[in-house]
Design a binder for this molecule. Sequence first.
Ligand code: SF4
Ligand code: SF4
Length: 303
Amino acid sequence: MNTPADNAFLDTLCRDAGAVAWGVAPAGPVEEADRGVYDAWIASGNHGCMQYMERYHDVRFDPRQLLEGARSIIVCAFSYRRSDHNPWISDYALGGDYHTVLRECLAPVAAAIERRCGGATRVCVDSAPLRERYWAERAGVGRCGLSGKLLVPGAGSEIFLAEILTTAAIAPTSPLDNELCTRCGRCVQSCPAGALDGSGRVDARRCLSCLTVEWRGPLPVATDLHGRLAGCDVCSRVCPLSQGPATSLPGLQPRAEILAMTPARALALTRGTFKSTFTGTALMRLRLDGLRRNASLCKSDDQ
Ligand code: SF4
Ligand code: SF4
């Protein structure tokens, strides 16, 4: 006979997997109000070059289409916070590809839920059209701030979200009662690209995290990457809620050669050295051409 998953069981599983926070929401259609916000964001072009965000509309607003019969969504947050940084590359990209690392972390959690509760599961790591922050808020994992990012108590916004959809009906956890964002405005004022309008919306056409990694081909004339090779952590780092220890997940520990990467070194990479440096990391999708393009836009005093 299958046994319901209680909070202590899930807490042990998720924390052992490396999650800094977790929660459960009942799977169902996304509320109309959230759909409206998302649709308006897309309609005004704020998603920039991420055209994939226009697709799979029905699936995006009903996660039961990602797993037939899904009844619960377990949302986990994993910190990628680091104490050592590369000034040109986001912390999230210094180690192994988080898609692979987090999937490996959550596979045993999903298997344990299946053993205990029966039914089927599906692990999603930034690969399925899922309203991640919406479900994270519903599950009580955190609350969104003016940076547009999810703020997690004790960890801030330097986190990855990953989900387990399950056909098991698991008792939901409660959304957080209070706002976490103090509306101090540091994220908005510090954004080098002016991508935050102070309402919690991000303009991906300006956001350096998006432009450096998602944009394919030459960037528009006069684009200023503000010395970024890949990704941007400014709005997360300045947030007073970004605190807590550096991630201890072995797969996310930085590679020495990426930690030491500079624009000049990026320009000197060959196809072979790019591959040996970045295979197995999230920056493989940027490709050598993309990294060199970004490096060529860094000023000489960045080298
Ligand atoms: S990631 Fe960087 S560019 Fe994007 S909103 Fe935050 S501070 Fe601005
Ligand atoms: S920096 Fe301030 S305004 Fe921005 S998300 Fe953090 S608490 Fe909110």
